[in-house]
Design a protein around this ligand. Structure first.
Ligand code: BG6
Length: 484
C-alpha cells in the first residue's frame, strides 16, 4: 500500500548504514510500488557532490548491496535522490536544506540521523534554527542512545527540545526483523501458547544472538561500548520484552510499549553483589572463524590494555507473577562458532510418564524461534517411532521454515521500519521511558564490572565463548540449546 507523500532527509548519506541498509531498503520499497509519485529522498553529507554525483554514488552502493537490481526500477529510484552538502560541525548547509524542503510544506518530513550520536543534538538544534521542524516532521535516531542512563537522558533532552516524543522514532532494527514480529503473531494470534506461557509451564528461556564476525571496521566505537551496551541494552532486552510482556490491549504503539516497559521495570537488578554469579564477560583471542585464521580482539584493536567485552552471558530474572523463578539466559558475542540468533522457550517436563524404560527418554517440549539465518519457528515434540516394534518415543521438530513456506524475498528490517516512520506508526520503535528503564538495569552491571578486579575471560575465536558461560547454565542443571 502506497504511503503518503513524503520528503525523507538522510544525514550521513555517504556512511556505512546508508550504503548497506538505507539505500537498499528504500530502493526495494520503491520497486514494490510503495512510494508515492513525488516522494523525495534528500541525502546529505560533507562531500562536495552534485545531485548527479550522489546518484552515481548511490548506484554503486545499490549494485553492491542489492541482489537482482532491476535497471528500470533503479532509474526511477535514482531520480528521487537529491543531494545537499551539510557540514554539521560548522552548521553550513542547513539553509540550503530548508530551501529545498520549503518547496512543499504539506508532506511528511522525516529526518534520518544515520550519523554518530554525538551529532544528534547539533543536527536537531540546527533543524530547529532554520525552522524546518513543522507538525509533519519526525526524526529517526539510530543507537547507541547514550552510553549509560545519564548520557541517554542528556541526548533525549536535546532531541526532545526540538521534537515532541510522538515525532521521535528510536530505531532498534531487531524489532523490524520478520521473525521478531512473528513472535507477536505467534503469541497473540494463536490460542495455543498463552495458557502455557508462564512459570507453571515454562522452565526457562534462552536468547542467543551469536555473530561469527569480529568488530570489523568499528573497533573504535565498539571498544567504548562492549557487548552489553552494544547488543543487550537494546536488541536483546527488546526480544526479552516481546517474549515476556503481557498481552497488550491492541497493536497500538503505546499499548505495546506500556507492556514492554513493565517487563523492563520488573527485571531483577544485578549489582556488585550478584554480578559475579549472574554475568560472564568474554573477549575473543586469536582462533579460526568463517573458514580462516583470525586475530584476537586486542590485536585487532592495537591495544592490549582493553577490558572491553566482546561476549556476555547473563542470567536474568523477571520479578512478577508470570515469570517468578524462570531464568532468562541471555547471550551474545562476536567471533562465535556460528551466526545464529534464536529464542528458545524450554517447557517443563511432563509430570508423570506412563511409558516404560524401553520407550526411551522423554524430552520436554521446546519452542525455537530462529531470527537468523534460516528464519523459522520450530516446536520440538515427542512422537512414537514408526513401526511395529513397540512403543519407542522420539523427539521430532514440527518445523516452519519461512524460506520454504513463503517463496518471497525476506524484506530487511529497515524496509518495514522506514515505512513505519512515514506512516507515523511507533509500535516498533523505542519510547524514551523504555530506553531509560533498559539503562537502569544495565548501569549497575556495568558499574559492578568496572569496580571488579576481574577482566573478561578469553575465548578462542570460533567457539561458543568462555567456559564460564557454559557453567552459568550448567550450575542450574541446564544446557545451552546447541549443546543438546
Ligand atoms: C548492531 C550492533 O546494532 O547490530 C552490531 O551495533 C551488530 O555490533 C549488529 O553486529 C547485528 O545486527 P544483525 O542484524 O546483523 O544481527
Amino acid at each position: 500500500i502506497e504511503v503518503d507523500e513524503f520528503d525523507l532527509v538522510v544525514f550521513g548519506a555517504s556512511g556505512d548504514l546508508a550504503n548497506r541498509k538505507l539505500l537498499p531498503a528504500l530502493y526495494h520499497r520503491d520497486a514494490d510500488g510503495q512510494m508515492p509519485e513525488n516522494a523525495r529522498i534528500i541525502c546529505s553529507a560533507r562531500r562536495d557532490y552534485s545531485d548527479d554525483d550522489y546518484r552515481d554514488y548511490a548506484k554503486k552502493a545499490l549494485q553492491e548491496h542489492v541482489k537482482d537490481l532491476d535497471a528500470e526500477h533503479l532509474q526511477q529510484f535514482l531520480k528521487r535522490l537529491r543531494y545537499v552538502k551539510i557540514d554539521i560541525a560548522t552548521a553550513e548547509g542547513f539553509e540550503d536544506l530548508s530551501t529545498i524542503l520549503d518547496e512543499r510544506t504539506d508532506v511528511i518530513r522525516a529526518f534520518y540521523l544515520a550519523v554518530g550520536p554525538d551529532l544528534f543534538g547539533t543536527i536537531c538544534e540546527n533543524l530547529g534554527r532554520v525552522g524546518v521542524v513543522n507538525d509533519n516532521a519526525r526524526v529517526v535516531m539510530e543507537k547507541p542512545i547514550g552510553k549509560d542512563g545519564a548520557s541517554a537522558k542528556a541526548l533525549n533532552d536535546t532531541v526532545g527540545a526540538v521534537f515532541d516524543e510522538h515525532q521521535i522514532f528510536r530505531i532498534d532494527h531487531y524489532l523490524g526483523k520478520e521473525t521478531v514480529q512473528n513472535l507477536m503473531a505467534l503469541r497473540f494470534a494463536n490460542a495455543l501458547f498463552e495458557p502455557l506461557w508462564n512459570a507453571a509451564h515454562i522452565d526457562h528461556v534462552q536468547i542467543t544472538v551469536a555473530e561469527s564476525l569480529g568488530t570489523g571496521g568499528r573497533a573504535g566505537y565498539y571498544d567504548t561500548a562492549g557487548a552489553l551496551r552494544d547488543m543487550v541494552q537494546n536488541h536483546i532486552l527488546q526480544l526479552l520484552c516481546l517474549v515476556a510482556m503481557e498481552p497488550p490491549e491492541s497493536m497500538n504503539a503505546d499499548s505495546v510499549r506500556d507492556e514492554k516497559l513493565k517487563v523492563l521495570k520488573a527485571l531483577a537488578p544485578i549489582d556488585e553483589h550478584s554480578a559475579e554469579k549472574l554475568t560472564v564477560r568474554g573477549q575473543y583471542r586469536a582462533g579460526a572463524s568463517a573458514g580462516g585464521a583470525v586475530p584476537g580482539y586486542l590485536e585487532e584493536l592495537g591495544n592490549d590494555e582493553s577490558r572491553t567485552e566482546t561476549f556476555v552471558a547473563l542470567k536474568a530474572e523477571i520479578a512478577n507473577w508470570r515469570w517468578a523463578g524462570v531464568p532468562f539466559y541471555l547471550r551474545t558475542g562476536k567471533r562465535l562458532a556460528q551466526r545464529v540468533s534464536e529464542i528458545v522457550v524450554q517447557f517443563r517436563p511432563i509430570p508423570h510418564s506412563i511409558f516404560d524404560a524401553e520407550a526411551g527418554v522423554i524430552t520436554a517440549n521446546r519452542l525455537i524461534i530462529r531470527l537468523q539465518p534460516d528464519e523459522g519457528v520450530q516446536m520440538q515434540v515427542m512422537i512414537k517411532d514408526p513401526g511395529p516394534g513397540g512403543m519407542r518415543l522420539r523427539q521430532v521438530p514440527l518445523d516452519m521454515s519461512f524460506a520454504e513456506a513463503f517463496k518471497v524475498r525476506n524484506p530487511d528490517a529497515y524496509e518495514r521500519l522506514i515505512m513505519d516512520v512515514i506512516r507515523g506508526n511507533q509500535t516498533l520503535f523505542m519510547r524514551r521511558d523504555e530506553v531509560d528503564a533498559a539503562w537502569a538495569w544495565i548501569d549497575p552491571i556495568q558499574a559492578a564490572w568496572a569496580a571488579s578486579k576481574d577482566t573478561p575471560k578469553g575465548y578462542t575465536a570460533g567457539t561458543w565463548g568462555p567456559s564460564a558461560a557454559i557453567a552459568l547454565v550448567e550450575r542450574d542443571g541446564r544446557t545451552w540449546a546447541e549443546d543438546d
